[in-house]
Ligand binder design. Structure first.
Ligand code: GLV
Length: 414
């Protein structure tokens, strides 16, 4: 058999080399066309085989330039909080209730007055066109197809207007406060005009966290891309520095003097609700309430700012208690499973935001990847609800989980 196959290939090879250049070119074109089909089919099969959101990361790592993958993946310094954001979820266990009729499960919820399909939303992540040419457009389309909220980063590679032009959808705008307050006022007005429904004010970044991979890689935005919201303001490019280009940009442009009084200032330039993103303590929650915040995002910036802060799921409950139900509390950081979503809701979150899973699925498979991430998390969350005996978000309670900070349950005396 081997002999016959080998002789056939040898005869084709000899024929090929005795043919005219035109015939050769035709055959090469055909071969490359078929190679393309084979590689696309392999890619489709590969994407089809993905069964959880974490699997996209390895594909993204293979596809992306090292500088880009490292920028998305890294946390600050020792990356203790980066690991802890995941590990802390794993230490929370379930107390499922059984024999509940779960033939109908309702995942819908209302966030700041907007009805969405599930309590899983998209966190702001910067520079998405580094992951995929469609970048924020693909994310926006995937979010609206899933009936959920996308938060656009100030440092997006697509502008607020461009993202709005992708079609209808409920969108929030993440805000960094620049030293030049006119830039901020202009940007907030543009977001408002483009139909964004809330401002998520990042409050944990007076200085950029030390992400060592970015320093080693001399991270900068690839030259064909621009921070699109700042095009025309001469603030759209990152300089190539001997450090992280983003760290230098933040040092040069971001207002370190930002403080609680500025929430009032922000309220003078916008009527949009303001979510304070980056709260980790009860103390700051109480101040945020007094300052008129419409919501809080318990966030450690994907573990990219201060290392050795607790995982967000660990900090969540103290914030929820301090908020006293007066404003919604959300969480981002480490959400990779439907079980994580359930745990966050059981500890009092009104919803969660996902960041890296969006970037990695975008890199691996564009809009289809982000759609699949949202669908997989939705399905897993629905499954967790069913297996815990919950038919609606209201039925998810604190008693459905047990944490390491819970007092041991006293066994009733018989
Ligand atoms: C952007 O927000 C970043 O943390 O890199």
């Amino acid at each position: 058999m081997f002999h016959v196959t080998f002789s056939w290939f040898l005869s084709r090879f000899i024929v090929f080399f005795t043919e005219s250049p035109q015939a050769k070119e035709g055959k090469l074109k055909l071969a490359s066309y078929f190679a393309d089909i084979v590689s696309k089919s392999c890619e489709l099969v590969k994407m089809d085989m993905i069964t959880n959101v974490t699997e996209y990361e390895a594909i993204a790592k293979e596809k992306l330039p090292k500088m880009v993958y490292d920028y998305y993946a890294s946390g600050a310094e020792d990356q203790w909080t980066l690991k802890e954001n995941r590990n802390a979820f794993a230490r929370i266990l379930f107390r499922p209730r059984i024999l509940v009729d779960v033939s109908r499960i309702d995942l819908t919820t209302t966030i700041l007055g907007f009805k969405i399909s599930m309590p899983i939303m998209i966190a702001p992540t910067a520079m998405q066109k580094m992951a995929h040419p469609e970048g924020e457009f693909a994310t926006a389309r995937a979010a609206s197809a899933a009936g959920t909220i996308m938060t656009l980063s100030s440092w997006a590679t697509s502008s607020v207007e461009e993202v709005a032009s992708t079609g209808p959808g409920i969108r929030f705008f993440q805000l960094y406060v620049f030293k030049d307050r006119n830039v901020v006022a202009q940007l907030v007005r543009r977001a408002e005009r483009a139909g964004f429904k809330a401002i998520a004010l990042t409050v944990d970044t007076p200085i950029l966290g030390r992400r060592e991979a970015d320093i080693k890689n001399r991270f900068t935005l690839p030259s064909h891309l621009i921070l699109k919201n700042f095009e025309g303001l001469d603030l759209g490019k990152l300089d190539k520095t001997s450090d992280s280009g983003l760290a230098s940009y933040v040092a040069g442009q971001i207002d370190r003097s930002l403080n609680w009084k500025d929430i009032k200032w922000l309220q003078t330039i916008t009527s949009l609700p303001i979510l304070v993103k980056g709260v980790l303590t009860a103390e700051d929650t109480r101040i945020a309430l007094k300052a008129g915040a419409s919501g809080i995002v318990v966030s450690n910036h994907g573990a990219r700012q201060l290392d050795y802060v607790p995982a967000t799921i660990t900090a969540l409950e103290e914030v929820v208690k301090a908020a006293e139900g007066r404003i919604p509390v959300f969480l981002d950081g480490g959400v990779r499973r439907g079980t994580d979503v359930f745990k966050a809701l059981a500890l009092g979150a009104a919803g969660v935001f996902i960041g890296r899973p969006v970037l990695f699925s975008l890199a691996a498979d564009g809009e289809a990847g982000v759609r699949k991430v949202l669908q997989m998390l939705r399905d897993e969350f629905e499954l967790t609800m069913a297996l815990s005996g919950c038919r609606s978000l209201k039925e998810i309670t604190r008693d459905h989980v047990v944490t390491e900070w819970d007092r041991p349950r006293i066994a009733p005396k018989l």
